[in-house]
Design a protein around this ligand. Structure first.
Ligand code: MG
Length: 397
C-alpha cells in the first residue's frame, strides 16, 4: 500500500496573532491550534504518520500540544532559519520512514477537511505535485506609490493553500537542489516544483482552511469552531441557608453589609454566593461546594467564598462553555438588600469575569413567616444558565 506521511511545519516564531506564544501554540477554544491541526490528519485513514517540524526552543509547547496523541505521531524535527530550510530538514528526517508520498502543511491551518485531504491524495495518483487552490474573489489592483497603476485580470488568479502533496523522493531531491541555490527564496513547496518545471495539479481548496495569522483570524476561528460544535443550554439551581449569630455585618455576593448580626458558617458564610456557586456546579453535573471544598478541612475556615465561585466558573470555561446568565434571590427580612444590589452585581461581575448585564440579584421577604421571617438567618436561591459545546461534552463521555 502507498505510504503517505504528513509533514507539519510549526517552526515559525510569528507572534502576529497578538499573543505571547507563536500562533501555532495559541489556545483556540480550549485546545492549541497545532493540536487541532494534527487531529485533522490523524483522523484520516490513508495517513500513515505525522511529523512536526518545530523550533527547538518551543519543545515544551510542542509536548503540551501533542500529549494527547500517540498513534501516528513521529519524532519531532528541528527546523531551520527559514521555512524552506525547515521543510528541507523535515524531508531529510522522513527518509528513515521511506514514505512514497508526503503532504506538507502549515501548522496554522487547523481547519483542513478530510475531503480536501482526499482530493490532494487522489491528485497524487497520477501527478508528482498537487496544490489546493481557491479563486481570488476581490478585484486585484497593482499599486505603486499609493496610486493604482493597473487592475489585474483575476480570472487566472488563485490563492495557494496547503497541504501540498508530493512524490516524496521527487520533492526531497528538489529541496536538496533548492538549498544549493542561495539566490532564490521559495515561500511554498509547490514553487520549488514549479521552478523545476514539474507539472502541478490544482484541486479545490477549503473555504475554512485559512492560515491563522492575525488576532482577528483567531476570532473568526472561534466562530468557525462554535459553528462546528453546536452549543447546548444547561441550567443549574442552587439553594443555601446560614443562621445568624452576634456580629457586625453580613457578607452577601462578596459585599459586606453593616448589620447587628453576622452569618455563621465555616467559610465567610456568603449564603448568596454559595447558592450561586452550587447553581453553576449543578449546570455541569459537578456536585456542590462541599464536594470540592470539604467543610471538615481547616484550610477553608473563614475562606472568602469567591474562591468557590471562581472554581465553578473555571470548570465551565475548561469545557469551552460560557455563563449565559445567573439570577440570585436573597430571602430575608433584614438587612435591606436594595441599597447594595448594584455593588453586589459589580462584585460578581469581577469575580466571574462575566458582563454585569448577565447578572441579576433580587431580594424578597417571607412576610415574617418561617425562620427568615423570625430573623433567624438568611436563605438564598440561584439559577445559572450555561452554554456548553455539545460535541466536546459527548467526546468526554
Ligand atoms: Mg453555605
Amino acid at each position: 500500500m502507498t505510504k503517505t506521511i504528513v509533514l507539519i511545519v510549526a517552526a515559525g516564531k510569528g507572534l502576529r496573532a497578538g499573543q505571547d506564544v507563536p500562533k501555532q501554540y495559541v489556545d483556540l477554544a480550549g485546545r492549541m491550534v497545532l493540536s487541532r491541526t494534527i487531529e485533522a490528519f490523524i483522523a484520516h485513514q490513508l495517513i500513515a504518520g505525522i511529523a512536526i517540524v518545530i523550533s527547538p526552543q518551543d519543545i515544551e509547547l510542542y509536548h503540551q500540544a501533542t500529549k494527547e496523541f500517540s498513534d501516528k505521531l513521529l519524532a519531532s524535527i528541528n527546523g531551520g532559519k527559514t521555512r524552506q530550510e525547515s521543510v528541507y530538514n523535515g524531508l531529510k528526517a522522513l527518509q528513515e520512514y521511506a514514505p512514497d508520498r508526503v503532504l506538507i502543511h502549515d501548522a496554522a491551518r487547523p481547519f483542513v477537511e478530510n475531503l480536501l485531504i482526499d482530493r490532494v491524495l487522489q491528485g497524487l495518483e497520477n501527478h508528482d505535485a498537487v496544490l489546493p487552490i481557491l479563486p481570488v474573489t476581490d478585484t486585484i489592483k497593482q499599486v505603486a506609490n499609493h496610486l493604482v497603476s493597473a487592475t489585474v485580470d483575476r480570472t487566472d488568479l488563485f490563492a495557494a493553500q496547503t497541504p501540498q502533496g508530493f512524490n516524496f523522493l521527487h520533492i526531497l531531491d528538489l529541496h536538496e537542489q533548492a538549498q544549493k541555490d542561495t539566490t532564490t527564496t521559495f515561500t511554498d513547496d509547490v514553487s520549488i516544483a514549479e521552478s523545476a518545471g514539474i507539472e502541478v495539479l490544482c484541486v479545490d481548496g477549503g473555504h475554512d482552511n485559512h492560515k491563522l495569522t492575525t488576532s482577528r483570524d483567531m476570532k473568526i476561528a472561534q466562530l468557525i469552531l462554535s459553528d462546528q460544535q453546536p452549543l447546548e443550554t444547561r441550567i443549574g439551581s442552587g439553594f443555601d441557608v446560614h443562621r445568624f449569630e452576634p456580629g457586625d455585618g453580613v457578607i452577601l455576593c462578596g459585599v459586606k453589609i453593616p448589620f447587628n448580626k453576622q452569618l455563621k458558617g465555616h467559610s465567610d458564610a456568603d449564603v448568596a454566593m454559595h447558592a450561586l456557586t452550587d447553581a453553576i456546579y449543578g449546570s455541569i453535573g459537578e456536585g456542590d461546594i462541599g464536594s470540592h471544598f470539604p467543610p471538615n478541612q481547616a484550610q477553608w475556615q473563614g475562606a472568602a467564598s469567591n474562591i468557590f465561585l471562581q472554581h465553578a466558573v473555571e470548570l465551565v470555561r475548561e469545557r469551552g462553555g460560557n455563563i449565559v446568565n445567573v439570577d440570585v434571590t436573597i430571602i430575608c427580612e433584614q438587612p435591606k438588600i436594595g441599597p447594595h444590589r448594584e455593588a453586589m452585581r459589580a462584585a460578581l461581575s469581577t469575580i466571574m469575569e462575566t458582563d454585569i448585564s448577565r447578572i441579576s440579584i433580587k431580594a424578597t421577604t417571607t412576610e415574617q413567616l418561617g425562620f427568615t421571617g423570625r430573623n433567624e438567618g438568611i436563605a438564598a436561591q440561584a439559577v445559572a444558565t450555561i452554554a456548553l459545546p455539545t460535541a466536546l461534552e459527548q467526546k468526554n463521555v
